[in-house]
Design a protein around this ligand. Structure first.
Ligand code: CA
Length: 230
């Protein structure tokens, strides 16, 4: 599981340790030394997870987390707060603000990696390598294969990522713009109708076993993968 992780931390020593350890586990690391710099980076591209220091110069980690949660494009990014404070009230406040988890300094790299994995598994299951199955349609991220019942289906790389995202978030409607954020990542140069093109290709790849019916168009809203055929 390799993710793009935004580290918001002003202490250079800790920045270096995080960069090294996350890099060793295959993650791509982007570093911001304060909240303002981090907000600037988020305007460009969205990371898969934010590691956020509580005590930052200028805007605090808590206020930064509130800003992220209030932004429709950024609000679903998982956040793990790093802090030197082990006070129970602080922990409650951090989680209330919308942080997914909380880790107290000093922490072991092993503990941090385990927390990151757990949060990604919960919040972004498409980042993990667990295979998923819905109504006889099975996707295996490790072998990069898709089966309809027992038939191997042939999908392009974008259709595979799109299907993986939809299968790990079933029964929910996603707009074209949300799908661009989740599946394409930085969508600055991609038009929304690109989503329609790939949905069409995905459906035609799933047609052989009738699983194209799982991908539903929700008029005026976007797309949904549903096990309940309409
Ligand atoms: Ca700090």
């Amino acid at each position: 599981m390799s993710a793009t992780i935004l580290v918001v931390e002003d202490e250079q020593g800790i920045q270096e340790v995080l960069k090294f350890n996350l890099g060793q586990h295959g993650h791509d690391v982007i570093v911001a030394s304060d909240a303002e710099e981090a907000l600037g980076l988020l305007r460009g591209a969205l990371p898969d997870l934010i590691l956020l220091d509580w005590m930052l110069p200028g805007m605090s980690g808590i206020d930064f987390a509130r800003r992220v949660r209030a932004d429709s494009r950024q609000k679903n990014i998982p956040i793990i707060m790093l802090t030197a404070r082990s006070d129970e009230r602080d922990k409650v406040q951090g989680l209330d603000t919308g942080a997914d988890d909380y880790i107290t300094k000093p922490f072991s790299p092993r503990e941090l990696m385990a927390r990151i994995k757990a949060v990604l598994r919960r919040r972004a299951p498409q980042m993990t390598e667990d295979s998923v199955e819905i109504n006889g349609l099975r996707l295996d991220p490790l072998s990069h294969r898709v089966y309809g019942d027992a038939t191997a289906l042939d999908l392009g790389p974008t259709e595979f990522r799109l299907l993986h995202f939809l299968m790990t978030h079933p029964e929910r409607v996603y707009s074209r713009s949300q799908l661009l954020d989740q599946v394409w990542g930085d969508h600055v140069f991609v038009e929304e109708r690109t989503v329609d093109v790939h949905i069409r290709r995905l459906r035609s790849a799933l047609e052989a076993t009738g699983h194209d019916r799982l991908i539903q168009t929700v008029r005026g809203s976007g797309y949904r993968l549903s096990a309940t055929l309409s």
